[in-house]
Design a protein around this ligand. Sequence first.
Ligand code: C2E
Ligand code: MG
Ligand code: MG
Ligand code: MG
Length: 275
Amino acid sequence: KAKMLGKSKYIVFDKVTEDNTLKKTGMIVDIKKAMLNNEFYLLFQPIYNLKENRMEEVEALVRWKNKKYGDISPSQFIAVIEESGFIKEFGILVIEDVFKQINYWQNRGIALKVNINVSPLQLKEDDFLFKFEQLISKYNTALNLVGMEFTETQILNINKQEINKIKELLRRGIKISLDDFGVGYSSLINMIEFPISTIKIDKSLIDRINENKVKTLIKGILHISKEMNYEVIAEGVETKEQLGMLKEWGCDKIQGYYISKPKTSKEIELMFNNN
Ligand code: C2E
Ligand code: MG
Ligand code: MG
Ligand code: MG
């Protein structure tokens, strides 16, 4: 079956994509309902400072409490939210939840930086900075407790205007990380093209840390980052051996199941107090 788009562009839908399109349409409706019903919540994964030997920050990772879809990874449903055009509303919900959490923790003497995954599509909104500002005042959020992560692949097609927004956030003291660094359409030039303070080396490189060439590559990234004054976080650290090597090579921080899986805010609080 073929459908005509415009004058001469044909897109062929096979059975599989047709099914997926239907599934997605259904899912969009469910996601909208889920947003109204508060079915989304956040878990927090510790980011561990190898020099201070303690958890200094966390990454907020969204979860969907949903009966129909079961355990579905955010990397799947975020894509649907992005395609359907309401990542703006969704993204603001996440930011507001994070600010509430920072505020709650601060009142209990817990100063943890929280890193938020931000879709570059959110930056396209004219009022992104304005909305952000409003929430900062509403929750009296300390800017040094806020971080934002942009994935290297997603950030590639952003324009000058959006880069300026990130620059402004960075200037105001918000930590900006280049997430999933080293995979996809990765290029060293990305290290200087975007206003960032932190590089997060992707898990797929950490997985292969025992291969000699990968070892060299990771050491190289660490070396370049140091020269450029970027902090480095290694993602997906699952073993003591990986931790040992990264520590020896001067990596600042690690994140991964070896330290901790994503946890509820209560569990994080307990961890912090036993820190
Ligand atoms: P990410 O930002 O790279 O987050 C890290 C992912 O790796 C998380 O998966 C985390 O649970 C997983 N992970 C961490 N350590 C380990 C480890 O040692 N081993 C293994 N096997 N996995 C580990 P998760 O929570 O499924 O999130 C997937 C992606 O979804 C995130 O990748 C992020 O890009 C996106 N995402 C999550 N929450 C949000 C959100 O609120 N907004 C947006 N726009 N994207 C989000
Ligand atoms: Mg991330
Ligand atoms: Mg990542
Ligand atoms: Mg990732």
